[in-house]
Design a binder for this molecule. Structure first.
Ligand code: FAD
Length: 518
């Protein structure tokens, strides 16, 4: 049923016409009824309040008295096209009050049809939405302003929802995505920081008072990139953000939605300088460790070789004294006993000269960093042997608890073995590939070479102490303890090393180290 004609009220039963009239009169929305040409026949008090025209001033005039003449004529055309065909129209017009002031009218026009379907009247209802429009514009402007500030900010910004999905980001974030060739690096940055924080909580770290209001502040995360590109470092901070849920379901419940605002500042430039200094110190330390280890092995070998003859002389003295009975004056026995004493003193001196291994404290270790260190310090050997290197790290690795120097030594042994394997005379394929990835709760590192590989029967034996597939002098200065030592270091970290039997040609060594040690 359409709206009743003004005269149709008396056809309605009982008190209804009265109720309609009161409802229209008291409604807080400007209501007008026109004839088919838009000439006003009726207005309610709210119409007079909104437009400034009293009923007597409006009735008999066209609704165009409200037009500010700035609404494009196309709008009116469409309006009339619809309503004159019996269809409702709604839209927003710029209206002018009687006093000349302008306001935005949100208008609905509904045609009133007679029994034959012809349009006889129009019912217009409008309200002043100037203030609502102003607020909506302000929100839009503010949003645009915030977005341009966020976009222009020289740091990576990403807003993540409770499921770690990125719901807002900025230009720098998009640059990072392109640079890493990765859809969403933000959840990975968050995961890396969370894993570091979890380890700190386990280590009962004291909360940082500067952290108030932050979920975390200035946490450093390293992102490794494949190939020759160096790693990137970001200083990450995050704050919790919550907003009112806009859904109708939560209109009365007042529920809120929680987000995390992640800010990541690129500190690669600064870190690279520190890295140069660290690499120089590392090279010096490794050179010193090489020297100490060579000395340790030579002295141990000397001690071992002297111990045999000296033990034999000591037993000879012992036998001589027992056979001849106690004769303290025997010059032969005295000379031999003296030689044994001097020999033992010399051995004790040699043992004391063996350099001690320095105990190393465990701490959070980034395996990508360890592997890059090893590749960096091996650059000369790799270049010298004409080996090309492929570096394929997982961009962000969680830190594991470990001894960085031991782990470096472990991977150094694997890389040295790979270099040795490919350095045979006439061997053409010289490619080393090093990759890392997170595999479940562990980190997996693969060191692959294109050398002749380890024969199937030797793939377990190579981990035995003093076993070597190299015959002769032990090229590269190794005594053959490389893999067994490496295996020991992996085991000390709760992990393992294995040779991938299925990988042919060449040799693929798989190292698995758990992130959390049980
Ligand atoms: P007009 O010459 O009146 O109209 C512009 C164009 O609209 C014309 O070129 C023509 O294509 C079309 N048109 C006008 N009248 C008719 C008609 N009778 N039949 C078919 N096409 C026609 N306008 C406002 O600006 N503010 C309002 O709040 C408003 N409320 C309205 C409420 C109702 C119930 C109705 C029916 C109309 C309302 N109008 C309102 C529209 C108003 O009647 C005018 O059409 C409009 O104001 C433009 O006026 P104008 O003098 O600038 O141009």
């Amino acid at each position: 049923m359409g709206m009743p004609e003004l005269s149709a009220g008396d056809k309605l039963p009982g008190v209804l016409p009265m109720v309609f009239q009161q409802a229209v009169a008291q409604a807080d929305i400007a209501i007008s009824i026109t004839d088919a040409r838009g000439v006003i026949l009726f207005v309610n008090p709210a119409f007079s309040r909104v437009t400034g025209y009293e009923a007597a001033e409006a009735i008999g005039r066209n609704e165009s008295i409200l037009s500010n003449k700035t609404t494009p004529s196309e709008v009116y055309k469409t309006l009339w096209q619809r309503i004159s065909r019996g269809m409702a129209w709604n839209g927003t017009l710029v209206n002018r009050r009687k006093d000349g002031t302008r306001y935005l009218a949100e208008l609905v026009i509904t045609p009133v049809l007679d029994a034959g379907g012809a349009v006889v009247n129009y019912l217009g209802m409008h309200r002043d939405i100037t203030e609502v429009h102003r607020l909506a514009c302000e929100v839009r402007n503010q949003k645009a302003l915030i977005e341009s500030v966020v976009d222009a900010a020289p740091i990576v910004i990403a807003l993540l929802d409770a499921a770690d999905r990125v719901v807002l980001d900025n230009h720098e974030y998009k640059k990072l995505q392109a640079d890493l060739g990765m859809a969403e690096p933000a959840p990975l940055l968050m995961a890396a920081v969370r894993s570091a924080l979890a380890q700190e909580v386990q280590a009962a770290a004291q909360p940082d008072p500067r952290r108030a209001g932050y979920l975390f502040l200035d946490r450093e995360v390293r992102i490794d990139r494949p190939g020759a590109k160096g790693p990137l470092w970001f200083s990450c901070s995050a704050t919790a953000v919550s907003e009112a849920d806009t859904g109708a379901d939560n209109f009365f419940a007042g529920a809120r939605r929680d987000y995390v605002l992640l800010l990541a500042k690129d500190i690669t430039g600064l870190r690279m300088q520190q890295e140069k200094a660290r690499m120089a110190a590392l090279r010096a330390m490794l050179a010193e460790e090489d020297r100490a280890s060579a000395l340790r092995e030579s002295l141990s070998a000397a001690v071992f070789q002297l111990e045999g003859p000296l033990n034999m002389v000591a037993s000879a003295v012992h036998m001589l004294t027992r056979r001849q009975g106690a004769s303290p004056g025997d010059p032969m026995a005295a000379a031999l006993a003296d030689a044994v004493r001097t020999g033992e003193a010399a051995l004790a001196n040699l043992r004391a000269m063996i350099p001690h291994r320095v105990a190393e404290a465990a701490g959070p270790v980034n395996l990508n960093e360890v592997l890059r260190d090893v590749l960096d310090v091996s650059t000369q050997r790799l270049l010298g042997a004409g080996i090309s290197v492929t570096w394929q790290p997982q961009a962000i690795l969680p830190a594991l608890q470990g001894h960085p120097n031991k782990l470096r030594a472990m991977f150094k042994a694997l890389v040295d073995n790979a270099i040795d394997a490919m350095s045979g005379r006439g061997w053409r394929e010289r490619e080393l590939s090093v990759a890392t990835r997170v595999a479940g709760e562990s980190i997996e590192a693969l060191v692959e070479d294109s050398g002749p590989g380890v024969p199937a029967g030797d793939q377990l034996k190579v981990f035995e102490p003093f076993y070597t597939t190299r015959r002769g002098s032990g090229a590269g200065g190794h005594l053959g303890t490389g893999l067994s030592g490496a295996q020991q270091i992996a085991a000390d970290h709760g992990g393992s090393i294995s040779i991938d039997a299925a990988h042919v040609p060449g040799c693929r060594v798989r190292v698995e180290l758990p992130v959390q040690r049980r």
